[in-house]
Design a protein around this ligand. Structure first.
Ligand SMILES: C[S@@+](CC[C@H](N)C(=O)[O-])C[C@H]1O[C@@H](n2cnc3c(N)ncnc32)[C@H](O)[C@@H]1O
Length: 286
């Protein structure tokens, strides 16, 4: 179980939507586990070799993203000696939360991820709790806990089920649940990759969903650079994100666009015009 020490409390939450049964916690060395039966609904999960892409080498905390997201933490919270709580959904190996905890000594973090493999790669920190479970089960996993800042970095497009409409419903459900986990002063920070069309804004992301979800096309999709080949990935355009957020009572208070490059062989067949990462800084609509 790697080198997790007593400083890390890993609650491995396996949630059963129906009964919510919880087996008594078992202590394994320095790990405290809460064992529950986990149902992943109809979510399709990435294989371990696909998850490898999100480990240390593949997924760093880039400076521009860091400044854009944490620069918005108000001075009256981050700049004073006051406790605040962050939730990092799809937080993987915890590098983003680690950096936050290092910069804000009074912050407490909860990292949720449905990959035990990635959670185990977290560096121990007694201000960080790791919860193994799906973003689709936030109410059960969090049990009503509230957070001042919820970070959702490159997670939402992975919430893919057997159909496009099911995936969209799932994403909306997670947005609704995370909005309910906000404290009075709470803010949500969403970082998402975006592929918008030159002709039809929403077309490329829909095409990417279809190409990446078909198992028979997985070899081609991998060659085109999709690490999600055969599983599916549900990107949305910026107008689609705004409409999803509005639908669950979240208001985009500020946003930022970071353009990215994409080779012509990927861009042309899918009529991709704008490629980049969008940051959506949101609060509950008044
Ligand atoms: C693209 S990685 C992003 C990791 C990290 N947030 C970052 O920005 O570097 C997506 C992460 O979401 C996690 N994930 C995928 N589906 C999930 C789900 N249903 N519930 C919780 N985590 C999920 C994956 O295990 C992975 O760690």
């Amino acid at each position: 179980m790697n080198d997790l020490t007593a400083a890390v409390l890993v609650s491995i939450a396996r949630v059963n939507r129906g009964s919510g049964d919880v087996d008594p916690p078992t202590e394994l060395g320095h790990l405290v586990r809460e064992r529950r039966n986990m149902s992943t609904d109809e979510l399709i999960q990435l294989d371990e070799d696909q998850l490898d892409y999100f480990t240390e080498d593949g997924h760093k905390v880039y400076r521009a993203q860091w400044q854009e997201q944490t620069g918005r933490i108000p001075m009256e919270i981050g700049g004073v000696d006051e406790e605040f709580r962050i939730l990092d959904i799809g937080g993987a190996n915890g590098r983003f939360s680690d950096q936050l905890l290092a910069e804000y000594p009074r912050a407490q973090a909860v990292v949720v991820d449905n990959s035990e493999y990635l959670l185990e790669q977290n560096i121990p920190n007694d201000r960080k709790r790791l919860l193994l479970g799906s973003a689709t089960q936030l109410p059960e996993i969090l049990g009503g806990e509230k957070f001042d800042f919820v970070f959702v970095n490159c997670l939402l497009h992975h919430l893919v089920t057997g159909s496009y409409s099911g995936s969209r419903r799932t994403i909306r459900g997670v947005l609704r649940d995370l909005s309910a986990s906000l404290s009075e002063r709470g803010r949500v920070s969403i970082w998402e990759n975006v592929f918008e069309g030159t002709l039809l804004t929403n077309l490329p992301s829909r095409a990417i969903f279809e190409i990446t979800s078909v198992r028979a096309l997985s070899k081609i999709a991998r060659k085109l650079g999709a690490n999600t080949a055969g599983v599916g990935v549900c990107f949305l355009s910026r107008p689609q994100w705004r409409s999803e957020l509005n639908a669950v009572g979240l208001e985009v208070l500020d946003s930022h666009w970071t353009p990215m490059g994409l080779p012509l062989y990927q861009r042309l067949p899918l009529t991709i015009g704008a490629v980049g990462a969008v940051h959506l800084w949101c609060g509950k609509a008044q």
